[in-house]
Every structure is written in structure tokens, then in C-alpha cells.
Design a protein around this ligand. Structure first.
Ligand code: SF4
Ligand code: SF4
Length: 380
């Protein structure tokens, strides 16, 4: 068996759903695309200052040799995050890939197989570097995925050829047998349901997405106010957004397939309910939420509460008003401001009374302004 074949068999044995090999030349198309709209990605360069992820200067990933000068091949494995079903109570609230904890600080089958695969490659005498390449384009070059107009990578063979997958490149200093690239869009010519499904216009053309308008971006990378015009468009999403994948006909078959329930997540779901997130303690956040959903810093619980307030406002269920009234007394102005917006959006006499009372006590002008705007909607 060839070395390439041995490596591929190992990857599949470990549970990856796809594996391919790509040549390591610079990703020129990727560089051209980025350079055409650098302003959309400038935020990535200082990301670690506000969040608990590393800086994301995408322009650094153009040339794999920048990270491993001896690079000869890219091995790209594909991992699936939708083999099991997700708790229905979290649907439309937290994105599936985050719930599956693909890269979270907790140990998971995903992190275990990643480590084991790296160890295996090193055991073959290779110099190995995990990660630094544009994952979707590397996957297409390695023949494991193709593109959707929604910018996602779609598996060529696995998981019903859907986009519920991630690609993970490993740079190695060994020449392996490259696969035939599948750098193409696999969508029906006239389809643009993903673009129509995107509530914010972030996905503005085939293969073009402006992250600064994306619900997912605002849910975890915006550490300030959610822009008022965006709030109603966020629906009930508190972390991530799956709409441009859910609305895609290429994903429908896998979405509708009967799967076993992820029991561990089912047990965890009660800790992630939106009303719980709105009023959670720091202890709850640090122990029950952050280890799985970690992009927002541990000290920024208030951003989760902010998101939960917006989600409840959009959900519009008067039964959640008592939770919002409790959160209207939160010490963080950003929480109170978004709660005021949510109460205004839900409306009714209980919401109005709480806002009138809150306005009298409120010391922060900006929050008082949110309360006044909410009251001006005429809530009865
Ligand atoms: S994740 Fe949501 S907001 Fe972002 S592009 Fe997709 S549909 Fe639009
Ligand atoms: S919704 Fe249509 S255009 Fe968008 S990714 Fe799916 S198949 Fe392609």
C-alpha cells in the first residue's frame, strides 16, 4: 500500500469522513478574493483583544510555505458535526457546529482524533503543522469538498454531500500523491435560496459574504451594542446562525435524515436555554457554557445576556417578561439597554410598567435612552 493510501486509511479509521491530498503552492485565488475586500476582514487582526480566540489575519494563510518552509503536501481531513441530532430546544438559537464543540477547550472525539492523526503522521517521520491554510479552499484542492454559493464547503461524498462538515489541513514535509481538485461550485445554476434566506444581507452574492453583517459575527465577535437595525433580524439566534445552511436544498436530505439524539447535549440543553442565559450567574457561565461555547471571553458573560435579551425580544413571548424584568436590574448597562429594547419589542402593560419604573431609577443616560425609545413604541 502506498504511503498516501496508508495515511488516508488511518484518517478514515479515526472517524474523519473524508481525506484528500493537495499540492502546497500558494492559494492565489484566495489572495485575490481577500485583497478585493480587505476592509471586511480587518477586524480579524485584533480579534484576540476582545474574544477568547486567536487573531485571524486571513492574509497570512495564502502561502503554506510561510509556516512550514519544507512543506510538500497538504493533507486535508473532513470532520462531520451532524452525525447525531441536536436537542430541539436549541434549534434556531445556537449554531450546530458550535454545539458539537469541534474546537472547544473541552476534550471531545474531534480533538482526540485530531491529536491522534498528528501523532500518527509524526510517527511516519514527517514534520507536521496543523491548521495554517484556508480550510475550504484546501479541501477543494484536495478533492474532498466543493463550494456552495453560500460560501460553505460541501462534502463531495460524505454526509449526504452536505455542508455540515469542516475541513482541517495538515501541512507536511513529504511528497504524497495529490488528488484531483474539485474547486468548483456544486449548486444548481438558478438557485440562490441561501442568499434569500440570509436575513441581514451578509450573504450578498454567490460566494460573497460580508462578515461584518453576519448574525454569527455579531453574536460572538461584537463586544459592544448590537446595532439597532440588526436586532430584529437576529431572530432567536444567540450564538452563531445556521440559516444559510438550513435553507439550502443540498442540505435538506441530511437535515431530514433520522439520526440518534446526542444524549450528552440533551442533558446539557437545559443549561443553555435563552431565559437561563439571560439571567445566568458567572459560575453558571464559567462552568456550563464557556467550556463548550468559548468565543466570548469568560469575563464577558454580559454579551451572552445581551444576545439572550435580543433573542427573547424577537421571540415575543410574554411569558419571558418576568426574566427580562429581572435582567432590567442587571449591573451591566449593556444588558439593561438590550433588555429595554426586548421589553419594548414584546410590549404589553407589564413591559411598559417595568420600563417606566426602570427609567426612573436608571443612572446611565444611554440605557435611559433605550427605555425611552422602547416606551415611545406605545406598548399597550
Ligand atoms: S450565518 Fe446567518 S447572517 Fe450569516 S450569512 Fe449565513 S444566513 Fe446570513
Ligand atoms: S441554497 Fe442553492 S445556491 Fe445556496 S448553497 Fe444551497 S444549492 Fe447553492
Amino acid at each position: 500500500m502506498s504511503l498516501t493510501q496508508t495515511i488516508k486509511e488511518k484518517a478514515l479509521d479515526l472517524g474523519f469522513v473524508g481525506v484528500g491530498v493537495a499540492t502546497p503552492e500558494p492559494f492565489i485565488l484566495y489572495a485575490e478574493e481577500l485583497n478585493g475586500r480587505l476592509q471586511m476582514y480587518a477586524w480579524g487582526k485584533t480579534l484576540s483583544q476582545n474574544t477568547s480566540v486567536r487573531d485571524l489575519d486571513l492574509t497570512r494563510f495564502v502561502d503554506p510555505a510561510r509556516f512550514l518552509p519544507e512543506v510538500k503536501s497538504l493533507i486535508v481531513v473532513t470532520d462531520s458535526y451532524f452525525e447525531e441530532d441536536f436537542p430541539p430546544s436549541l434549534a434556531g438559537k445556537i449554531g450546530r457546529c458550535y454545539l458539537k464543540g469541534l474546537f472547544c477547550p473541552e476534550e471531545s472525539p474531534h480533538s482526540r482524533r485530531r491529536k491522534e492523526f498528528k501523532k500518527f503522521l509524526q510517527g511516519l517521520g514527517m514534520k507536521v503543522l496543523y491548521g495554517p491554510a484556508p480550510a475550504r479552499m484546501a479541501g477543494a484542492r484536495a478533492g474532498v469538498t466543493n463550494y456552495g454559493k453560500n460560501c460553505f464547503a460541501f462534502a463531495n461524498e460524505a454526509v449526504g454531500q452536505s455542508s455540515w462538515v469542516v475541513n482541517e489541513p495538515y501541512l507536511v514535509d513529504r511528497e504524497l500523491d495529490p488528488d484531483l481538485p474539485t474547486l468548483q461550485v456544486g449548486c444548481p445554476e438558478n438557485c440562490q435560496q441561501c442568499i434569500e434566506a440570509c436575513p441581514t444581507g451578509a450573504l450578498y452574492a454567490p460566494l460573497k459574504m460580508d462578515p461584518r453583517k453576519c448574525i454569527a459575527f455579531h453574536s460572538y465577535f461584537n463586544d459592544g451594542e448590537i446595532p439597532r437595525d440588526l436586532r430584529p433580524k437576529m431572530g432567536t439566534w444567540v450564538y452563531g446562525c445556521d440559516l444559510c445552511q438550513e435553507g439550502c436544498p443540498r442540505n435538506k436530505k441530511w437535515l431530514g435524515k433520522t439520526k440518534t439524539m446526542n444524549q450528552a447535549l440533551m442533558e446539557r440543553a437545559e443549561h443553555l436555554q435563552v431565559t437561563t442565559l439571560l439571567t445566568m450567574s458567572q459560575e453558571h457561565y464559567a462552568q456550563k457554557v464557556w467550556p463548550l461555547l468559548y468565543y466570548i471571553r469568560k469575563e464577558n458573560r454580559k454579551l451572552w445576556q445581551r444576545n439572550a435579551a435580543v433573542a427573547l425580544g424577537n421571540q415575543g413571548d410574554p411569558d419571558t417578561i418576568p426574566f427580562l424584568i429581572t435582567a432590567l436590574k442587571d449591573p451591566e448597562p449593556i444588558v439593561r439597554g438590550h433588555v429595554a429594547w426586548a421589553l419594548g419589542r414584546i410590549g404589553g402593560s407589564r413591559a411598559r410598567k417595568a420600563l417606566e419604573k426602570g427609567r426612573k431609577l436608571e443612572q446611565v443616560e444611554k440605557v435611559r435612552g433605550e427605555m425611552e425609545k422602547a416606551l415611545a413604541w406605545g406598548l399597550d
